[in-house]
Design a protein around this ligand. Structure first.
Ligand code: GLN
Length: 244
C-alpha cells in the first residue's frame, strides 16, 4: 500500500513545527509497511487532487497568509472538489482559517478563504497563546496541543467542531468549540505538532485516506515501532527499557 501527501504552501505556511504532522504520518505509515510520499505545491503551481490521498496546509503569520490568499483562489475549484469528494485533509491555524469564508487580519486586511466551509475569522486584540486540552465526544478522545493565534473563528450554522475545549481558548474563547470537521477534512488551531501529540487522530487520518484508496481495507495494520519492539522485548526479559 502507498499514500501520497500534498503539502500545500510548505515554503510559506510552516509555523510552530506544523511540518511535524507530516513526519508523524509518514512514520506511522512506514512503521506499518505503507509507503508515504510527500510532494509540495506552492504559488503558481496547479493543484490536481486526483494525484493525492492526503493534503496538509499549515499555519502562518498574517503576512504569509496574505501572500498565499490570491494564489489560493486559483486552486479553489480543485481544492473544493477534493474536499467534497471525501478525501482527507488536515488544515492547521492559518490554513484552517483559509478554508472558511475570510480572515480579517490584525491590520484590517480581508484575506478571502475558499468558503468550502462557512466559518469566518476576525482578529482580536489579545492573542490566544497557551496549552490546550480538547475532548471529542463522538470518538471519546482527548487531544492536546498548543495554540497561538490572533484570529477568532466562528463556525457556521450546523458546522461541526473538531472537539470541545477543556483548557485553553479554541476557536474564539467564547463558545467552547475548537477546530472543525467536515467530511474527511479536519481543521484545528493546535500546533505542537498536533499529530505528534495525538496518535488517535493521526491514525484516523491514515485509515480514512487508505480506505478511500483501498475500500476493502477494514482496519490499519498494527504499528510496531522499533522502540516499542525493543521495550516489549526488554519487558519480556524483566528489564526496564529506559535503563539504556
Ligand atoms: N495569522 C493567524 C492568526 O494570528 C494564524 C496564526 C497561525 O497560523 N499560527 O490568527
Amino acid at each position: 500500500m502507498s499514500l501520497t501527501m500534498c503539502h500545500l504552501y510548505a515554503n510559506l505556511l510552516n509555523t510552530y513545527g506544523d511540518n511535524g504532522n507530516l513526519l508523524v504520518l509518514k512514520h506511522r505509515a512506514n512503521a506499518r509497511g505503507i509507503a508515504f510520499d510527500i510532494e509540495t505545491i506552492s504559488l503558481d503551481q496547479p493543484f490536481d487532487g486526483d494525484k493525492y490521498d492526503m493534503v496538509f496546509i499549515g499555519g502562518g503569520q498574517d503576512y504569509e497568509q496574505l501572500l498565499v490568499a490570491k494564489d489560493l483562489q486559483t486552486k479553489k475549484a480543485a481544492l473544493t472538489a477534493y474536499i467534497e469528494n471525501n478525501k482527507v485533509m488536515l488544515a492547521i491555524c492559518g490554513g484552517y482559517q483559509m478554508l472558511g469564508q475570510y480572515y480579517m487580519d490584525a491590520d484590517g486586511n480581508r484575506i478571502d478563504g475558499i468558503s468550502v466551509m462557512p466559518h469566518y475569522t476576525v482578529n482580536g486584540d489579545e492573542r490566544f497563546i497557551g496549552d490546550v486540552i480538547l475532548h471529542n465526544k463522538t470518538f471519546d478522545e482527548k487531544y492536546v496541543g498548543f495554540e497561538n493565534h490572533g484570529g477568532r473563528t466562528y463556525l457556521g450554522e450546523g458546522q461541526q467542531p473538531l472537539a470541545m475545549v477543556e483548557k485553553g481558548r479554541g476557536n474564539n474563547g467564547e463558545d467552547g468549540t475548537e477546530g472543525t470537521i467536515y467530511k474527511n477534512t479536519f481543521g484545528s488551531y493546535l500546533h505542537g505538532a498536533l499529530l505528534a501529540n495525538n496518535a488517535d487522530l493521526a491514525d484516523r487520518l491514515l485509515l480514512n485516506a487508505l480506505q478511500t484508496k483501498y475500500p476493502e481495507l477494514a482496519e490499519l495494520p498494527p504499528l510496531v515501532s522499533k522502540f516499542q519492539a525493543k521495550a516489549k522485548a526488554e519487558r519480556l526479559l524483566g528489564r526496564d527499557a529506559t535503563d539504556k
